[in-house]
Design a binder for this molecule. Structure first.
Ligand code: BTN
Length: 274
């Protein structure tokens, strides 16, 4: 956004129109400000809203990130979107949804910047700076899934100087790289379209079918990684993903380690995805 320009609210009517008749996004809620679109979508889930219901906000006061972090959510610049999913899968497969969402988001971002890459489990990076992250949150009913909320934050029109100081060299807005403002509705439409199609593939054929596509988007295979799973740090070479979406690492002592959750740092430079 150019300096001094009046902020423009997200055009939720245009998104509803673009998604009319589609499963994901034809039912959209909009907030100018909310605490977290994930919280709003969880509420919809408890009220019985259908799969594919979407919540978009122009600002979040308590945007949540992975691993207990917060998500910086300044008004009118970016996309803060949560979608309600009701997958008929086993609870143990639920973490794979985060990978599906990450792949869909990367593919959408590549429509603007083809060199975007996916970092396990679902961060999208460009030139090593983060453009997008996903937080999936699950509500169980006994040992079944009641619903999953996938919340996606994408830095679209935020300028470098608008990030908190500690994020300035770690995060970037897509428009900084394209040199032009990103139309947030077009982006959300592209994202929901990609997600609908990858999610359907996931439900019908399983994550193992999507694994090669995920790996091609990531460029992580063969990279040297440092992983912090909250209890322990691992260093080694990425072997790729297991069919269940876990990350396989060849440790420096030759053993293979399977990582189920954690924070990944690529230590030999970032993947280019090409
Ligand atoms: C991450 O840590 O990388 C995940 C960030 C997820 C942020 C999005 S913004 C929309 C949705 N609402 C939230 O509170 N979080 C997610």
């Amino acid at each position: 956004m150019s300096a001094g320009a009046a902020p423009t609210a997200f055009d939720i009517v245009a998104l509803r129109t673009a998604r009319a008749g589609k499963r994901f996004g034809s039912f959209c809620h909009y907030f100018e400000t909310t605490d977290s679109t994930n919280t709003a979508a969880q509420q919809l889930g408890r009220e019985g809203a259908p799969e594919g219901a979407v919540v978009v906000a122009d600002a979040q006061t308590q945007g949540r990130g992975r691993l207990g972090r917060s998500w910086s959510s300044p008004p009118f610049r970016n996309l803060y979107l949560s979608i309600l999913l009701r997958p008929s899968i086993a609870l143990a497969q639920a973490p794979q949804i985060a990978l599906v969402v990450g792949a869909a988001t990367t593919e959408a971002i590549r429509e603007w910047i083809p060199r975007a890459t996916l970092k396990w489990p679902n961060d999208v990076l460009i030139d090593g700076r983060k453009v997008s992250g996903t937080l999936t949150e699950l509500e169980a009913a006994g040992d079944a899934i009641a619903f999953v909320v996938a919340g996606i934050g994408v830095n679209l029109n935020i300028g470098d100087d608008e990030f908190p100081a500690e994020l300035r060299d770690k995060a970037v807005g897509l428009s900084t790289l394209t040199g032009t403002e990103i139309d947030r509705v077009s982006f959300a439409d592209a994202l929901l379209g990609r997600l609908e199609s990858l999610y359907d593939m996931f439900l019908t054929a399983g994550f193992s079918t999507l694994r090669p596509r995920w790996e091609a988007l990531s460029g992580l295979r063969g990279r040297r990684l440092e992983i912090d799973d909250g209890r322990q740090r691992y260093t080694g070479q990425a072997l790729g993903l297991g069919d269940d979406g876990t990350l396989r690492l060849r440790l420096d002592d030759g053993r293979e380690q399977t990582i189920v959750a954690g924070d990944v740092t690529v230590v030999d430079g970032y993947a280019t995805g090409r």
